[in-house]
Design a protein around this ligand. Structure first.
Ligand code: 13P
Ligand code: SF4
Length: 324
């Protein structure tokens, strides 16, 4: 067995049933699996807790387990670890990064903050623990509007790293927050032209999108919200067809929860060398095989410097207190 590549490499007995074995290991080791809506359907189906970034952070506060396995991306594993320094936090593949988190290095943010010393720093949860440690308050796409609105209107704010979410919040609030120049490569790829073609073919469909999408997609959408907000909007909407502009993994929950409604994944721009789908390749690094091996060997584990974890916890707690 080795974890040299950031995930466990070991042979798996071809005769075992992976789902049964994962469930057995969960019981034996008092482990809990938390999964984001963007993971593969089969991972969502074996998870004890499934949700958007906010729900995962909220539920991570009171987990009754010795081991937490986070199926998602690295910053989510770090958030769970920050909230559970006394527990073992595992991720199936340490290579599951995030283009947004990667766009904001702590050293660069520190220099930016130093050149704008009178600003409050609001960071999207899609950031490293080092960046959170420099932050006044964390937001997710579910609560960004509420958190920003909690500050007096004349508060000077640095918002990062997602410029698309930031400009959506600026437009909703009439503020002029300073925006970090980052974006999610999956959400930035949606093609307005292809979405409008789909709408022509399905005139009764609602276009729904995540606020990480670019402004023209947001403006063309009937509803804008986090993954959890999209799910609750579908429940309340009288429409029976939805063009969905966010990562495709969420369609698993949409189809399971609303089997009588139709969901059409919004198409991305077709660029050379790109997959032409809406999958986040980082989220898709989580597989049943890796979940099984991670639980079996209790590797790889998220480790964090204690001082960073203490400093990063403060802005997360500030967010959680505002989101009750
Ligand atoms: P939410 O979970 O807040 O909807 O965000 C989606 C996302 O991009 C997670 O990486
Ligand atoms: Fe990061 Fe985008 Fe993947 Fe979400 S979908 S984890 S923001 S790269």
């Amino acid at each position: 067995m080795t974890v040299d590549k950031g995930y466990v490499e070991a042979s798996i007995d071809p005769n075992i049933n992976l789902v049964d074995e994962i469930n057995r290991l969960k019981k034996e080791k008092r482990a809990v699996i938390m999964a984001h809506y963007y993971t593969r359907g089969e991972i969502q189906d074996i998870a004890d807790v499934i949700g958007d970034s906010l729900a995962l952070a909220q539920k991570a506060v009171n987990v009754d387990a010795d081991i937490i396995l986070l199926a998602g991306v690295h910053f989510m594993g770090e958030t769970v670890k920050i909230l559970n320094m006394d527990k073992k936090v595992l991720v199936p593949d340490l290579n599951a990064g995030c283009s947004l988190a990667d766009s904001c290095k702590a050293t660069d943010l520190k220099a930016f903050i130093d050149s704008h010393p009178d600003h409050t720093v609001v960071s999207y949860v899609n950031t490293t623990a080092d960046v959170k440690a420099l932050t006044d308050i964390v937001v997710t796409s579910s609560n960004a509007l509420k958190v920003v609105n909690s500050f007096p209107e004349d508060t000077k704010i640095i918002f990062g790293p997602d410029k698309n979410l930031g400009s959506y919040i600026n437009a909703q609030t009439g503020r002029n927050m300073l925006l970090w120049d980052g974006c999610c490569h999956v959400h930035a790829r949606f093609s307005l032209e292809h979405i409008l073609e789909l709408k022509k073919e399905n005139p009764n469909a609602e276009i729904i999108c995540h606020p990480e999408c670019k402004r023209p997609i947001v403006l063309a959408s009937d509803f804008v919200g986090s993954t959890a907000a999209l799910l609750s909007h579908i429940k309340d909407s009288s429409a029976d067809t939805f063009i969905v502009a966010t990562e495709e993994g969420i369609l698993h929950q949409m189809k399971q929860s609303f089997p009588n409604k139709t969901f059409i994944p919004a198409p991305p721009e077709l660029e050379t060398g790109m997959c032409g789908c809406n999958n986040c390749e980082y989220m898709k690094l989580n597989t049943l095989e890796k979940v099984y091996l991670t639980l079996k060997y209790e590797l790889p584990e998220i480790t964090l410097d204690k001082d960073i974890a203490v400093r990063a916890r403060k802005p997360i707690d500030a967010m959680l207190n505002l989101s009750k």
